[in-house]
Design a protein around this ligand. Structure first.
Ligand code: FES
Length: 281
């Protein structure tokens, strides 16, 4: 999608676009926060990743002045800082939208509808990958696997999960985000913070939302539930036996004497050697 056609924001803004100096107040805040971060590490150069998030929490992306400040604080060269800032996709090289909406188009999500979601949302917003809506609200991205394949297709809004999405639900999501209508992720925190707020949290300053809400949804723990019901454990894994609530510490072979619960009969693909399914076969 060309910039000329849809006039998206920021795509071609160079890293050095913001070279005007920080205000004294901004600089004092950044330096104080940076010292808090640097103090966590035995070698201060190790603080670069959170410092770059800190820069984004103020500037909205990794600016030239932010690169200068990181280099000065960590005794690095600008090239060393830029090399890191340009390597990781969470560091933005141009002004980012208030909300990064990432559509997973990795293999499983793609075949479950992720490609279709991306295409329709892209057309709906009039922007392509790594482009931002003219109101500065939404940056659209294709993202790689979010380790949430059991909820495919998955969409992330500032790295909060929106599971089992459709083109329509994702278009509604971006419309709500642009309108300022509160949206609730499927799992995790109960709301979606702004890019700058999330960046500050990633810099190491807690926002109080950690561990809020459900982490693993039903689809993620279906296998665990089935294993508990049937008393299955990994071979030789006594710790798992305890976790599975099997007070006898049975091995896989031992499960041959356990009657399979009715709830597991429909999961034929989960049949294990020595289970009732195999004996019946
Ligand atoms: S492929 Fe999309 S979450 Fe894994």
């Amino acid at each position: 999608m060309s910039a000329e056609t849809h006039d998206p924001l920021h795509r071609y803004t160079p890293l050095q676009a913001s070279d005007e100096p920080y205000t004294e107040e901004q600089l004092a805040g950044l330096r104080a926060d940076a010292q808090t971060i640097i103090a966590k590490y035995p070698q201060k150069r190790s603080a670069l990743l959170p410092l770059l998030h800190l820069i984004q929490s103020v500037d909205g992306y990794v600016t030239g002045r932010g690169v200068d400040l990181c280099a000065e604080l960590l005794d690095l060269t600008r090239a060393e800082v830029s090399g890191v800032a340009t390597f990781y996709t969470q560091y933005k090289r141009h002004p980012n939208g208030e909300y990064t909406v990432g559509v997973c188009t990795n293999t499983l999500c793609a075949i479950m509808g992720g490609d279709q979601i991306f295409d329709e949302v892209s057309e709906h917003l009039g922007i392509g990958h790594d482009e931002t809506t003219p109101d500065g609200k939404i940056t659209l991205e294709r993202v790689e696997c979010n380790a949430a394949c059991d909820f495919a297709p998955v969409v992330m809004a500032n790295w909060e999960f929106f599971d089992n999405q459709t083109p329509e639900s994702t278009k509604q999501l971006v419309d709500d985000l642009r309108a300022g209508t509160p949206v609730a992720p499927t799992r995790g925190a109960s709301r979606v913070c702004t890019f700058k707020q999330v960046s500050r949290m990633l810099a190491g300053f807690e926002d109080g939302l950690a561990d809020e809400g459900v982490g693993a949804g039903p689809a993620s723990i279906e296998g665990l539930k089935l294993a508990k019901e049937r008393g299955w454990t990994a071979p030789g894994d006594q710790a798992s036996a305890g976790d599975a609530g099997d007070s006898t510490g049975t091995t896989t072979e031992d499960t041959t004497s356990d009657p399979a619960p009715e709830t597991g009969d429909e999961h034929s693909s989960a049949a294990q050697p020595g289970t009732d399914e195999e004996k019946d076969a």
